[in-house]
Design a protein around this ligand. Structure first.
Ligand SMILES: CO[C@@H]1O[C@H](CNc2nc3cc4c(=O)[nH]c(N)nc4cc3[nH]2)[C@@H](O)[C@H]1O
Ligand SMILES: [Zn+2]
Length: 374
């Protein structure tokens, strides 16, 4: 087996790259979209479904799984792979973002972040070391450092101090999990808010530490699409060309295609799974909402271009009926479809980069998604 962490770039089309990232649970072809499975499950789908829609790697979350059922319990029951019967790679977020966005009553010190559980209000402390130990217990193939994701609009001085702390925490995470240890990878996370000079400083400091990949954090936190692209265009090219670049929490189909065009290799977002549960579906002709009356007697497949089980088997009328009746099957079929839409788009992206046809593909999706607010 090729050494985990090996990243080979197979083709380029402008700044877009098509490559492979080796992990302890197999090879990930990039650019890749990672379905979000926060609590050790991609909501309403089982591992067979994920195989059917050709998911390569899924996301778990340190904060949630530490809180419930507990990372040590998961470790005793085989790590996420044994516990959730998922035999492919897992990436876990460190909890940095969740603690700042979910938990209550936080305090940040050099030691780490103290916070209260969003479940029962009990007090907890995440140190960088603890965040790594939890991810080791989860059996994560790609771990993230503990970082501070500063809120959108945070002023310059606080952002500058915060990124220095994130760098010191990142070094402590690397010490806790030395490079190459049992084939598990550790990514640094670039911060610096919406200040280009601070982004440069954060990236340069993190690149002093040997990480197998680099994430761009602190984006998709409420800023406009243009602001996100501005900071991304500035930050992505600074990162090492020979390491994977991961844009956390992004995004819409066009956000992802624009990210690929700027040299990003990995993406995750709750959008396809969250939108599925409110009836918003991504199709080759743009976004629709299945609850619209126009689908009431529509016997055609949701998306004729889609190869998923929902589109092969059922009509729009049936999908609308399930949604209006709040049937559980509605969540499952809508989620299957939305994730397959994202994963199929990434298959087309990888193919197009290999053929020097990425810009034509991006233009095709833009034509379908320009008018619908993505
Ligand atoms: C657009 O959807 C909303 O926005 C979130 C996605 N946006 C996002 N930005 C992130 C930034 C960070 C970061 O800086 N550090 C770490 N460790 N993890 C992160 C995770 C992130 N996710 C969805 O959860 C949803 O609520
Ligand atoms: Zn479909």
């Amino acid at each position: 087996m090729t050494r985990p962490g090996t990243f080979n770039i197979l083709a380029r089309d402008g700044a877009a790259r098509h490559g492979t990232l080796e992990t302890a649970h197999g090879t990930v072809r990039t650019p890749v979209f990672m379905p979000v499975g926060t609590q050790a499950t991609v909501k309403s789908l089982d591992p067979r479904d994920l195989h059917d829609i050709r998911a390569q790697i899924v996301l778990g979350n340190t904060y949630h799984l530490y809180m419930r059922p507990g990372d040590e319990l998961v470790a005793r029951l085989g790590g996420l792979h044994g516990f959730a019967a998922w035999d492919r790679p897992v990436l876990t977020d460190s909890g940095g973002y969740q603690v700042f966005s979910l938990a209550g009553l936080r305090e940040i010190t050099e030691t780490g972040v103290t916070f209260r559980s969003h479940i029962d209000g009990s007090p907890h402390l995440f140190t960088p070391e603890k965040a790594v130990q939890i991810q080791q217990n989860l059996g994560s193939d790609i771990m993230m450092v503990l970082d501070e994701c500063v809120a959108y609009g945070t002023e310059y001085d606080y952002t500058a101090k915060s990124l220095e702390l994130t760098t010191r925490w990142a070094a402590r995470c690397r010490d806790e999990h030395p490079i190459g240890q049992n084939g598990r990878l550790l990514f640094g996370i670039v911060q610096g808010g919406f200040y280009e000079d601070l982004r440069t400083i954060s990236a340069q400091q993190l690149m002093e530490i040997p990480f197998e990949g680099f994430a761009i954090g602190g984006l998709s936190v409420g800023e406009s699409p243009d602001e996100m692209r501005r900071l991304l265009a500035h930050t992505a090219p600074i990162l090492p060309d020979d390491k994977p670049r991961y844009l956390m929490g992004v995004g819409t189909p066009m956000d992802i295609l624009d990210g690929v065009a700027l040299g990003v290799d990995m993406f995750d977002c709750v959008l396809p799974t969250r939108n599925a549960r409110n009836g918003t579906l991504f199709t080759s002709f743009g976004k629709i909402n299945i609850k619209q009356a126009r689908f009431k007697e529509d016997d055609s497949p949701l998306d004729p271009e889609c190869d998923c089980y929902a589109c092969r088997t059922f009509s729009r009328a049936y999908l609308r009926h399930l949604y209006m009746a709040r049937e559980l099957l509605s969540y499952r079929l809508n989620t299957l479809h939305n994730l397959r839409f994202y994963l199929k788009m990434m298959e087309e992206v990888r193919e197009a980069i290999g053929q020097g046809a990425f810009e034509a593909l991006r233009a095709r999706y833009r034509a379908a998604y320009e008018q619908s607010e993505q």
